[in-house]
Design a protein. Structure first.
Ligand SMILES: Nc1ncnc2c1ncn2[C@@H]1O[C@H](COP(=O)(O)OP(=O)(O)O)[C@@H](O)[C@H]1O
Ligand SMILES: [Mg+2]
Length: 143
């Protein structure tokens, strides 16, 4: 069966709007899944990740991984793993952080996914966030 790609776009004008788009999108995710987040520093990738994780049924704080490269959450829809690969350049670090285990069993959200792109199959949900004027962001979700 050939995969068809579905693309949706949104324009948000605040962080909470971006979180809301992601929160609602969480309904469409079935674990295991990989969601890549692309966009410049400050685009809103972590805001999107926060909305998504909250939408999976995890209340409370979601922030960028500070120690290490991954934060793990227990959600109503199972395990979620939020990676920030900005500083990662080798496979060993990924392996140590459990990346390859998580993609088998969890909802995996990846900021700066370039170095893992080739490891991921075609069943990846690609989110791109582009900064427009002021606080506007164009969010494109391809799945
Ligand atoms: N429409 C918007 N969507 C998301 N974040 C926004 C938006 N407008 C302004 N911001 C601000 O941009 C910053 C995004 O930060 P963050 O999510 O950490 O970005 P990234 O993870 O891409 O570096 C926050 O300070 C947030 O308040
Ligand atoms: Mg971030």
């Amino acid at each position: 069966m050939k995969k068809t790609t579905l693309t949706e776009s949104f324009v948000t004008s605040s962080q909470s709007e971006t979180e809301k788009i992601a929160f609602d999108f969480a309904d469409k995710i079935k674990s295991p899944a990989v969601i890549t987040l692309e966009g410049e520093l400050g685009a809103g990738k972590t805001a999107f990740a926060r909305g998504l994780i909250n939408g999976l049924g995890k209340e409370g704080t979601v922030s960028s991984p500070t120690f290490g490269i991954v934060n793990e959450y227990k959600t109503e829809k199972g395990q979620a793993a939020h990676f920030d690969l900005y500083r990662v350049s080798d496979n060993e670090t990924l392996e140590m952080a459990g990346f390859f285990d998580y993609i088998e069993k969890a909802v995996v959200i990846v900021e700066w996914p370039d170095i893992v792109r080739s490891e991921l199959g075609e069943n990846v949900i690609e989110v791109t966030i582009r900064q427009l004027q002021n606080n506007n962001r164009e969010i494109t979700i391809k799945r």
